[in-house]
Design a protein around this ligand. Structure first.
Ligand SMILES: [Mg+2]
Length: 126
């Protein structure tokens, strides 16, 4: 995966480590994972605003806002992953490979289990 991107993520993680309030230092992994939820809330708000889904607020956001907040979710997740493991880039790359292989295995059809709905043993019809 992109090394320059991960270097920037590491810079953010190191800055956060240096600036973390001592009272939170013992649970830094927990706080960084919870931060993803905060950013998800922001992208949800932006999406509602871009779609005009709340009649009280109208079209309060743009798709640029949605895209920016999606980036925040991604970067926040990368920082959380880098906080949880020193091999964040490798862990992410392996997980992406597993997800792709699950539905698009090299030289073959997707496995039937890839077509199952969550909680169901019934394959989705092709
Ligand atoms: Mg944000």
């Amino acid at each position: 995966m992109d090394e320059a991107l991960w270097r920037q993520v590491e810079r953010l993680r190191e800055w956060l480590d240096a600036e973390t309030t001592p009272a939170l230092a013992d649970n830094v992994k927990l706080w960084r994972v919870l931060k993803i939820g905060e950013e998800f809330g922001e992208v949800s708000e932006a999406l509602h605003g871009a779609m005009g889904a709340n009649p009280r607020k109208g079209e309060s956001h743009t798709w640029d806002d949605v895209n920016k907040e999606l980036c925040d979710v991604i970067v926040t997740s990368m920082v959380a992953l880098a906080t949880c493991t020193p091999n964040a880039a490798g862990v992410l790359e392996e997980r992406v490979r597993q997800l792709v292989d699950r539905v698009l295995p090299e030289g073959g059809e997707p496995a039937d289990h890839a077509r199952e709905t969550p909680g169901s043993l019934t394959p989705i019809p092709r």
